[in-house]
Design a protein around this ligand. Sequence first.
Ligand SMILES: Nc1ncnc2c1ncn2[C@@H]1O[C@H](COP(=O)(O)OP(=O)(O)O)[C@@H](O)[C@H]1O
Ligand SMILES: [Mg+2]
Length: 442
Amino acid sequence: MQSLISDIDSIDEIEVFGRVKTVQGLLIEVIGPVRELRVGGRVSIETQSGSHLACEIIGFRDGLALCLPFGPVEGVRLGCKAVFAGHDGAVYPHNGWLGRVINAEGQPIDGGAPLMRGTSPYTLRNIPLPAHERARVGGPIDLGVRCLNTFATCCDGQRMGIFAGSGVGKSVLMSMLARNTDVDVSVIGLIGERGREVQEFISEQLGEEGMKKAIVIVATSDESALMRRQAAYLTMTLAEYFRDQGKRVLCMMDSLTRFAMAQREIGLAIGEPPTAKGYPPTVFTELPRLLERAGPGLRNSGSVTGLFTVLVEGDDHNEPIADAVRGILDGHIVMERAIAERGRYPAINVLRSVSRTMPGCVPEDFRPTLTKARELMSVYADMEELIRLGAYRKGSDPKVDRAIALSPALEAFLGQRSDERTNIADGYNLLATILETMGGEA
Ligand SMILES: Nc1ncnc2c1ncn2[C@@H]1O[C@H](COP(=O)(O)OP(=O)(O)O)[C@@H](O)[C@H]1O
Ligand SMILES: [Mg+2]
């Protein structure tokens, strides 16, 4: 009833409309009562065939409203009627959305029943909680993946990036995390993925078990830039909705790079200047605005732990988006093609991965083991080339000898089948056993 009343209230009494003045590329300029409008508002353009094209107002220039469409612009003509809609960019989430696959508009795309409508509105472009009112990052969260649990421990309310080139195993890792992480709800945004991959991810990798406590938000690569960007906003909004119910939420996005590319398209369409790699300045203001929304909630409320993938093009870990994201998040997980090519999955380079909250959450008695394991791995990594070339002679350096002896066991520890799960304690024990039984002190 309440939602019906608010629905009725939100119906405009008068119709405000303008007319299409120009169409250039994706940009549609509308002339009309622009003083009535605001950035972020919606416009519905009536095309010649009688269909409606939803657009968002993204700016104003010379007395015209600049609009970008949510769908293809075919059929839009000069003079088409553009009705300004009262859409305030909000959704009404409901617990019944769990287990569903939806699009950026909050419509189901899994062929199931229509979604239930919740009672309170949640804005898509919410502002982050004020930093001083937030709880601190909590205790370790069990990701179920042992190389991360031990070497890059993630805490409740932490935000981490997963950096990798294409085909290195980001999506498979994401699905492992979605299935195995010890949280109440996972909200997964698939942004700008290929349609085929989305199907694969949902039906094969995530499976029924993973879907039970998850919501998947999808905007495929062929959808408009606005839809792809909005899918990221909606993902975050739904994570906030569950957080406000006191739940521990895992918010995942694959990938942030595609979100940045959508924002690049939007920025360039309205005439922003391109800067690094063609990315306009708004990309670098939108990224922190989005990512800061994840994190701990207010004290005594739920939390949003964030895991976001970043596609590093040409395996260049210093490209602008990777650089910007690394600066915003509390840690990064680096996946490498060379490791995947060796056949070790997940192809995580633990020496290059960092969790900034980790120093505070590793148990005191495990620290020496961890330090020793890291040292052995870095000794091996330094000598790897020489060892492979046969240029290292056994016995020259006891430390290197021990690193060589332990390397197969450590590699086996770091690798994990995608259907396997190891909790934090088991991971610690396993690593300790490897170090104790093989090599011990030098
Ligand atoms: N844990 C794993 N175990 C076995 N194979 C894996 C694993 N992770 C990734 N792969 C292989 O790598 C391929 C690409 O992985 P995917 O996650 O789709 O990459 P990305 O999302 O980074 O493009 C998969 O099709 C699979 O063959
Ligand atoms: Mg992928």
